[in-house]
Write a protein that binds this ligand. Structure first.
Ligand code: ADP
Ligand code: ZN
Length: 732
């Protein structure tokens, strides 16, 4: 392992002028002078003056230009940390080029902790010094006996272990019996132990692991671990984690959902005897700093985190695991529009590391790569310990639908009663937060809309508000119609999970119920709810996608999907795939322990290809069909897509600008352009949104094309903006 001052990095000093990538929104690196006595190399983290402000940056290499060096400013400071690795710098360049983001903004994602760059503050501790004090009390004696182990003790630990007050310790210091010393801060986590508690793999799991190992060439490779929920994929990739650790390399497991981290950390600790370091947006700056620095120095060997962990400063990255690799949450959609799965593959390729993509419902893209042999295709066919897959039934809402004013069909209600009788748990799934997606006035027809977005306001009855799910706008739920003033005239249209909870309360009055969605409190509160469910403290769970992911509840034997069609209707080429994935995941929650589970899909389209695949359990048929559809349409993974979103305060102006961009489009063979057209959600946060969609053949450099196109388009003036989304995942 690397101690702080033993970086195994060959420093090739650069100078006297170098290029520095600053972590702000600029297009490329700037030149700076290396002052006398300072040594920097490619990857050194520095502070440079940028305009009036000192700015964090990274030495990128030799300067591009060779003139005007007399006017270049000096690098202000170089931090005493190892330089960022070559592979990370190349990943940053690649991501910027591919996504058309500014490299400085991508770099900012890698420099997420400013505090980490300062030396960690040492810990004040005490050790025995010379002879015992002249005045010996019982309390003093206790302290000294604790310290008989001869090690330095930090004050809080010493007080805790000897049960004395701080004054006693201070008195011993004053009397000269104890001496204050500084000890280095401990690493954030201890190294995991690869052979701490390996699982005994089933024959199927072992075969999968053998296949993963057989594909290990010591460098870059990708394996798709494709197995139904509960088939034991985690146990298999844990063995690959162990292999990488034994080989002296760092490992990261990337999860789509922060709420899953804790369960996963516990599982990791059971397997490896130590906790992995965690990395996500809910950590404190101090925690972040310790992990970031530990990753950079090599003290941290394993990280479990969100997609931003892909940009951590690993030095010896050996394995990236993406759990639930199909999950749309891996796509980041703010300043830098990258897809975590694709970036994991890029980073691993740069680092000569391995990738394991794990999923019960792989993305169509990954399945295609496995089919054509680009990825090793590792299948786990059966559930561990022969737990059965749930028996899935479609409830045709046109025939078997619920009574007016209800959302739970009679057959599903019957099954809930049966589960309650057997003292098992039922999950009612609806991927819509709040009480109702629309509030309408019966008298005048007024629909409550967001003032800033072209969306309906969703009623959240628990909190008594109407809320926009796009911009967060909230207003108090009204009693009288804001448009015509009619009283008792407002109706809620359609269900959200709160409304299902209301129905459950009246129809299953004795049942203990819990409602769970991402807006229901902090990560800790949600974690507590999950733990309570796992302990069987609830009979009926009502939840959104949050409960569909990863969790595993022993007593859960019934899943009812309130609206299986939700998500099928959009102009999204992945609508069928996404629906198949979420339905498979949520129904897979039923019957994970050896009891057999049941699932019901409430649908108006029981003959839809997705519903048929669900009911017959024909996942292979689903993938084959979906791949064929994509091939016919030239859609991913057989073609490429990019979206340009033009936005502005005035519709006319934004549309005019979008037309001007369209008119500047370079011709290229096989490239098709659609639009400009108002986006399905035509206004967000007061800005009008206009879409242009570009489709190209697979082999085509679509990023390069769009960059060239925009360089040759009129520049965005005033409040106008163009956002580029290469490989868009959402089409709203
Ligand atoms: P997946 O990741 O494919 O959904 P998991 O790895 O979570 O499946 O395994 C499902 C359950 O079976 C878990 O409770 C896990 O601990 C258990 N399990 C899987 N493989 C083994 C094994 N080889 N030995 C013991 N328990 C196992
Ligand atoms: Zn809004």
């Amino acid at each position: 392992m690397f101690g702080l001052f033993s970086f195994s990095v060959v420093m090739t000093p650069l100078g006297p002028v170098v290029s520095v990538m600053v972590s702000v929104a600029v297009d490329g690196p700037y030149s700076y002078r290396v002052p006398e006595g300072m040594v920097v190399t490619r990857g050194s983290i520095v502070v440079v003056p940028l305009g009036p402000r000192p700015t964090l940056g990274v030495v990128w290499g030799e300067p591009k230009d060779n003139f005007a060096h007399n006017r270049t400013k000096d690098i202000a400071h170089v931090f005493d940390v190892p330089p960022l690795s070559e592979e990370l710098l190349r990943t940053i360049d690649w991501v910027a080029r591919y996504t058309l983001a500014q490299p400085g903004m991508v770099l900012r994602g890698a420099l997420r902790s400013r505090e980490a760059l300062d030396p960690p503050r040492p810990i004040i501790a005490y050790e025995r010094a010379g002879s015992p004090p002249e005045r010996m009390t019982e309390a003093r004696a206790r302290v000294l006996s604790v310290m008989d182990d001869g090690f330095p003790w930090a004050k809080p630990a010493l007080i805790g272990a000897s049960g004395v007050s701080a004054a006693v310790v201070d008195g011993l210091v004053k009397s000269g019996a104890l001496r204050q010393v500084e000890i280095p801060a401990p690493p954030p986590v201890l190294p995991p132990e690869p052979d701490y508690a390996p699982a005994t793999l089933s024959a199927g799991q072992q075969a999968g692991l053998d296949m993963i190992r057989a594909h290990d060439n010591g460098g870059f490779s990708v394996a798709l671990l494709d197995g139904i929920t509960g088939s034991g994929k985690t146990e298999v990739f844990f063995e690959s984690v162990a292999d990488a650790l034994v080989a002296g390399r760092q490992v990261a497991v990337i999860l789509p959902e922060i709420a899953l981290t804790h369960t996963f950390l516990d599982r990791f600790e059971k397997r490896f005897g130590q906790r992995a370091a965690e990395w996500h947006s809910e950590m404190t700056p101090v925690q972040r700093a310790r992990v970031w620095r530990g990753v950079l120095t090599g003290d941290v060997r394993a990280v479990i985190g969100a997609r931003s962990a892909l940009f951590l400063p690993f030095r010896e990255l050996g394995l990236l695991v993406l759990d639930e690799e199909h999950d749309g949450a891996f796509k980041q959609a703010d300043r830098v529009n990258y897809h975590g799965r694709d970036m994991a593959i890029v980073r691993a390729a740069m680092a000569e590391a391995r990738v394991i993509l794990s999923s019960a419902t792989p993305s169509v893209e990954s399945r295609n790569n496995a089919n054509i042999g680009r990825y090793a295709h590792v299948r786990l066919e059966s559930r561990f310990a022969d737990a059965a897959l749930p028996d899935i039934t479609a409830l045709d809402m046109r025939i078997d639908g619920p009574e007016k004013g209800q959302w739970i069909a009679p057959k599903l209600a019957r099954a809930v009663f049966d589960a309650l009788d057997r003292e098992e748990q039922a999950l009612l799934f609806l991927n819509r937060r709040g009480y109702a997606p629309l509030t309408l006035c019966r008298t005048c027809g007024h629909q409550y809309q967001c003032p800033e977005c072209s969306t309906w306001l969703v009623e959240h009855r628990f909190r008594g508000v109407l809320m926009c799910h796009h911009c967060g706008h909230e207003e108090r739920a009204p009693d009288v119609c804001g448009s015509c003033g009619a009283t008792d005239s407002l109706v809620a249209v359609g269900p959200g999970i709160e409304r299902i909870a209301e129905e459950v309360a009246t129809r299953f009055p004795g049942a203990r119920t819990v409602v769970l969605s991402s807006d229901m409190g902090s990560m800790r509160q949600i974690r507590d709810r999950f733990a309570e469910i796992a302990r069987g403290e609830y009979d009926i769970i009502i939840g959104t996608q949050l409960v569909a992911k990863g969790h595993h509840f022993e007593k859960l034997s019934l899943v009812g999907v309130i609206d299986a069609d939700l998500g099928l209707a959009h102009g999204d080429p992945r609508a069928a795939e996404k629906t198949f994935q979420v339905l498979t995941q949520v129904t897979g929650r039923a019957g994970r322990e050896s009891r057999s589970g049941k699932a019901f899909l409430q649908t108006y389209h029981p003959d839809h290809q997705v519903m048929r695949a669900m009911i017959s359990g024909d996942r292979e048929g689903f993938y084959a069909h979906e791949l064929e559809v994509r091939k016919q349409g030239g859609l991913p993974p057989f073609g490429r897509l990019a979206a340009l979103i033009v936005s502005g305060n005035e519709h006319l102006e934004a549309m005019g600008y979008a037309r001007a961009i369209m008119a500047a489009a370079p011709l290229a063979e096989g490239v098709r352009r659609f639009g400009p057209a108002d986006a399905p959600v035509a206004m967000v946060r007061g800005r009008h949104r206009i879409r242009i969609l570009v489709q190209s053949p697979k082999e085509f450099d679509l990023s390069g094309y769009v960059r060239f196109w925009l360089q040759n388009s009129p520049p965005a003036k005033g409040n106008l903006r163009v956002q580029v989304d290469i490989d868009p995942m959402s089409f709203y």
